[in-house]
Structures are given as C-alpha cells and as structure tokens.
Write a protein that binds this ligand. Structure first.
Ligand code: HEM
Length: 210
C-alpha cells in the first residue's frame, strides 16, 4: 500500500468546488438523458431472450468528496428502464460515477433492487472519450455482492461496462453482466447497450450554485 500517504487525514487545500469543470472523462455524461434504442439480452428458462428497452437516466453533479487526502468528483445517477410503450419498471438502478483526477481512475457504483450491489473501476485520461470499467466477484475492492438467492441461482461473477462519448454530444454504453446460472456449466452473458440523447442540462452541484 505504499502508493498511499502516511497522513490519512489531511484534506487537499484549494479544492475547486465546480464539479462540472472537474469531471474528466465523465463530463460528457452530466445531464438528463433518454435512450430508446436499448437492447437487453436476459436469462430465461428456455434460453437467452432479447428485449428492446427505453431508458431515462439522470446524472447530476455532487459536491467534491474527500477521504482525507483523496479527492473525488462525481455524478449521482438514477436509471429507469421500461419496455417500449409500457409503464411498469423493467430495470431500475442508482449509484455514482466518480472521477479521481490524481490517479486517472473512474469508479462506477450500482445498486439494483434485485438485492445486488456492484462497484467497478477502470483507468482513463481526463480527456478520454472511451473507457471500460470492470468488477469481479472475487475482488475485495471492485466487487459484486448479491443476496443469498441470487448467489445460489444467478451468481454474478463479472460485470463490465464500456462507455463511449460521441462527437455529436450523445453517449453510448455496452455492458456485460456475466452470470453462472444454477444447473448450467457455461457462463451466461446478460448484455445491455444503449445510446443516450440529452433532454436537459445538469443542475450545478450545491456548492457551485452558491
Ligand atoms: C439496462 C440494464 C439492464 C436491464 C434492462 C436488465 C434487465 C433484466 C431482466 C428483465 C431480467 C430478468 C429476466 C426475467 O426473469 O425475465 C434480468 C435478470 C438479471 N439481471 Fe439484469 N438488467 C440490466 C442490467 C443488469 C445489471 C447491471 C446487473 C448486475 C450487475 C444485472 C443483474 C441481473 C441478474 C443477476 C439477473 C438474474 C436474476 C433473474 O433473472 O431473476 N442486470 N435483468
């Protein structure tokens, strides 16, 4: 752990409070977005099933966050997914996208109401327009935690998400949630992808608004 300082309490001085200016590769994701070209491949008893979906994502800047000397900027998000023309929730997800400028690290936390949480990470440059994050269920840091039924029936062994910020101001993602389904010897790739168009600008973080 010698990449970390001895002094674990002193916070950095002169922190820029304007999160929108300090989001590195996440800058192009701030705002409110809609995507109606989503494609999900999900596990069904009879095998993989494809399903089109419509997604609404709100990604709003939070105030800079410190852990002692560690400084993180970020977005808090809520994703809501329905099948086309339907009201019933098909997928719901909340969490943060975080950027640590000092190490060029992007961290994505996700919580879904299946009783599952994931934290994935990857490296990127501040001006990157493509980056990939990974979580594995055997990692202490960037891992996957499922309540007992899911661990028994649909054990999630890996999660990865690749984000592309497009030149026209839209962004896209491709994600792969790798499941070991009870009774099957081969891994199942529960995949999702979508292309997001902005429908509203982000609201600046509380300190920047003041
Ligand atoms: C836009 C993204 C996603 C959509 C639309 C989606 C949708 C779904 C749906 C509809 C099912 C249930 C299959 C069925 O019984 O009909 C399912 C299963 C599952 N999903 Fe996702 N999912 C998404 C992302 C994720 C992510 C990010 C994770 C975790 C990292 C995840 C974990 C699981 C697990 C463990 C199951 C198996 C449990 C079950 O089938 O009851 N999903 N997903």
């Amino acid at each position: 752990m010698d990449q970390f300082p001895e002094d674990i309490y002193t916070e950095p001085s002169n922190i820029d409070i304007d999160t929108l200016k300090n989001l590195g590769p996440l800058r192009g994701m701030a705002g409110v977005w809609e995507g109606n070209r989503g494609l999900d491949v999900k596990p069904k008893a009879e095998g993989p099933k494809k399903q089109a979906y419509v997604e609404h994502i709100e990604l709003q800047p939070i105030d800079p966050q410190t852990n002692g000397p560690q400084l993180l900027y970020g977005l808090r998000y809520h994703t809501h997914v329905v099948k086309p023309e339907q009201v019933k929730t098909y997928h719901d997800q909340v969490g943060y996208w975080l950027w640590e400028p000092a190490t060029g690290t992007v961290i994505h936390t996700l919580t879904i109401p299946r009783a599952q949480v994931v934290m994935a990470a990857g490296k990127a440059s501040a001006d990157a327009t493509e980056f990939e994050l990974i979580a594995t269920n055997d990692s202490i840091n960037f891992g996957i935690r499922s309540a007992p039924f899911l661990e028994y029936a649909f054990k999630t062994v890996e999660f990865r998400i690749k984000v592309t910020i497009n030149p026209d101001g839209t962004w896209s993602y491709e994600e792969d949630t790798v499941l070991m389904i009870r009774g099957k010897s081969e891994a199942f790739h529960h995949t999702d992808r979508n292309h997001l168009k902005k429908i509203a600008e982000p609201t600046p973080n509380p300190m920047a608004r003041k």
